[in-house]
Design a protein around this ligand. Structure first.
Ligand code: ADP
Length: 210
């Protein structure tokens, strides 16, 4: 009897070989003048990831630099709509977002990713994928205490989590593992939004020069 094919033919992936194409990263950078990078904003819900990313994107585009936001909440409405908030699903969510970032950044875009991404190991895998493809990756920890984030409660999620309406909420039911050596530390409780934005832009400028 013939072997039962697996439901989605996942075994077929062993016959696939990757196609590098004719345009190398160096040629793309030289020819288009676009270097590409990922700035990965991580932090508690309400820390200020999206607020900072939105303004950085606006400022870069104003300077005619291709920039694009990859927002965790937006991804969960599409590419990651099948995923929940268990540690396993969070790992998948971060990995998929990371893949999307590498593609955009490899194309020359400055990607501004904002995802809570609470687990260090998941973020480190995204860093490693970027490194393996030679794409600059900057981890930006948008740091606030849980008290400040909960006080802001911009989306009312902490209140709902405390009331038991939301499960698996970072900071309440699950830990947030702070980055140990982020390229950028944005202390959003002690700085203005404008100061955080300038800090990111200055880092990008100095990285582009080196
Ligand atoms: P996140 O994307 O991390 O969930 P948001 O950007 O949606 O957080 O919300 C952050 C809130 O904190 C906004 O209401 C913003 O105006 C406020 N805020 C105060 N100070 C700062 C700062 N320095 N940087 C970013 N946001 C700040």
């Amino acid at each position: 009897m013939a072997a039962e094919p697996d439901a989605n033919n996942a075994g077929n992936t062993r016959f696939i070989r990757t196609e590098p194409g004719a345009v190398t990263r160096e040629v793309r950078v030289q020819s288009l003048g676009m270097r590409g990078a990922t700035v990965w904003f991580t932090g508690l819900s309400g820390a200020g990831k999206s607020t900072i990313a939105i303004e950085v994107e606006r400022r870069l585009v104003e300077q005619r630099i291709a920039a694009y936001r990859v927002d965790g909440d937006n991804l969960r409405a599409g590419l990651c709509s099948d995923l929940g908030f268990s540690p396993e699903d969070r790992a998948r969510n971060v990995a998929r977002a990371g893949e999307a970032c590498t593609m955009l950044a490899d194309a020359g875009i400055v990607v501004l990713a904002s995802l809570v991404s609470p687990f260090r190991a998941d973020r480190d895998r995204v860093r490693a994928v970027h490194a393996s493809r030679g794409i600059p990756f900057f981890e930006a920890h948008v740091a606030v205490s849980l008290e400040v984030a909960e006080q802001r409660d911009t989306k009312g999620l902490y209140r709902r989590a405390r009331a038991g309406e939301i499960a698996d909420f970072t900071g309440i039911h699950q830990p947030y593992e702070e980055p140990l050596a982020p390229e950028l530390l944005l202390e959003s409780a002690d700085s203005t939004i404008a100061q955080c934005v300038e800090q990111v832009l200055a880092h990008l400028q100095s990285a582009a020069r080196s």
